[in-house]
Design a protein around this ligand. Structure first.
Ligand code: GAR
Length: 195
């Protein structure tokens, strides 16, 4: 089966992009990272793409008058590159319902909580403030409602008594780097489909 052409959308550090790049080196991995798009020109992840020889481009949301106009530019780039699957990896823009509907079932996200708990931003601070004993991360299909699509994979970590936002985020991020490539593998291989 041909490997699924996958685009990774980023806004910053790109450590999950790096995890995909490494996973996709395995000859039997069912996806190849064919394109990286960043909405931020200074995103560290762009350098990771460059080092790996992956085509990358910047589409700045600031150059567009509306959310949908930006999304249409991203959509055009993805179609020109014949992308099959999109992974949002620290992409800090909310996509329009139009975009999400275009790519339904082929659009994945990772969120640093055990969804459906703690949707949205500022997750680790809220988890700590609530005194949770565990947290984690979730790979899910994207639907128009924020952080609400069907779950593809989830990993739990303990919340330790002396955790700060930084220590908890780091423990979860280490799990993300394992979980997101596994989630993409499930979708790219057809093992999991959107219902
Ligand atoms: C990750 O922790 C990811 O779960 C989070 O941003 C970070 C990106 O890190 N995403 C969200 O909070 C989405 N709501 P990275 O740029 O190093 O991959």
């Amino acid at each position: 089966m041909p490997r699924k052409r996958t685009a990774v959308l980023i806004s910053g550090r790109g450590s999950n992009l790096q995890a995909f790049i490494e996973a996709a080196r395995a000859p039997d991995y069912p996806a190849q990272i064919a394109l990286v798009i960043s909405n931020v020109a200074s995103a560290e992840g762009l350098e990771r793409a460059r080092r790996a020889g992956i085509p990358a481009c910047v589409i700045s949301h600031k150059d567009f008058e509306s959310r949908e106009a930006f999304d249409r530019a991203v959509d055009a780039e993805l179609r020109a590159a014949k992308i099959d699957i999109i992974c949002l990896a620290g992409f800090m823009r909310i996509l329009s319902d139009w975009f999400v509907t275009q790519w339904e079932g082929r659009l994945l996200n990772i969120h640093p909580s055990l969804l459906p708990a703690y949707k949205g931003t500022n997750v680790h601070a809220r988890v700590l403030a609530a005194g949770e004993r565990r947290s984690g991360c979730t790979v899910h299909f994207v639907v128009p409602e924020l952080d609400s699509g069907p779950v593809i994979a989830q990993a739990k970590v303990p919340v330790l008594p002396d955790d700060t936002e930084e220590t908890l985020a780091a423990r979860i991020l280490a799990e993300e780097h394992r979980l997101y490539p596994e989630g993409l593998r499930r979708v790219a291989s057809g093992e999991v489909t959107f219902v």
